[in-house]
Design a protein around this ligand. Structure first.
Ligand code: CYC
Length: 162
């Protein structure tokens, strides 16, 4: 896993250079947004189950997906879906704190599309649910932090191929 600091330092290190102005300003903007990131992460942790619940209600409940034959039908699959949504929220929060997407590649997206395809989990509906979670989160943490979280929710959606 990388973060905004290690990724800037690593790219200077491979060239054997001190940080240039562009690298310095990347670091500065990351440090300036530190309070925003930590405050957003605290709000999200304190409200995680409500965020997942509201996103599921907005995007998935009482649709074909929750009726017999749908991929969320039976409580076992319903529970797997809620758990997946919680993973997406938690890992997006980690990535937002780090200011870097690498943790999402390594721990969430690696093999996920193939797993979903082989189990028949619908990717379009998953993407809609993640987009709903992006809206719910933004309404809770405010526009600036919401936009930052949006980067990582969107990254998961495009990694899923949605
Ligand atoms: C299943 N979701 C799974 C499985 C994995 C993940 C590996 C198969 C194994 C299992 O059932 O636990 C996802 N596991 C992860 C991720 C990580 C991990 C991301 C990284 C931390 O370790 N079905 C829908 C909804 C959607 C959904 C649209 C919720 C948004 O219709 C999810 N995922 C869903 C369902 C299953 C599943 C229903 C069970 C499918 C089945 O067994 O038939």
């Amino acid at each position: 896993m990388q973060d905004a600091i290690t990724s800037v330092i690593n790219s200077s290190d491979v060239q054997g250079l001190y940080l240039d102005d562009g690298s310095m300003s990347k670091l500065q903007s990351y440090f300036r947004s530190g309070q925003l990131r930590v405050r957003a992460a605290a709000t999200i942790s304190a409200n995680a189950s409500a965020i997942v619940r509201d996103a599921v209600a907005k995007a998935l409940l009482y649709s074909d997906i929750t009726r017999p034959g749908g991929n969320m039908y039976t409580t076992r699959r319903y529970a797997a879906c809620i758990r997946d949504m919680d993973y997406y929220l938690r890992y997006s929060t980690y990535a937002m704190l780090a200011g870097d997407t690498s943790i999402l590649d390594e721990r969430v997206l690696n093999g996920l599309r193939e797993t979903y395809n082989s189990l028949g989990v619908p990717i379009g509906a998953t993407v809609q649910a993640i987009q709903a979670m992006k809206q719910v989160t933004a309404s809770l943490v405010g526009a600036d932090a919401g936009k930052e979280m949006g980067v990582y929710f969107d990254y998961i959606c495009s990694g899923l191929g949605g």
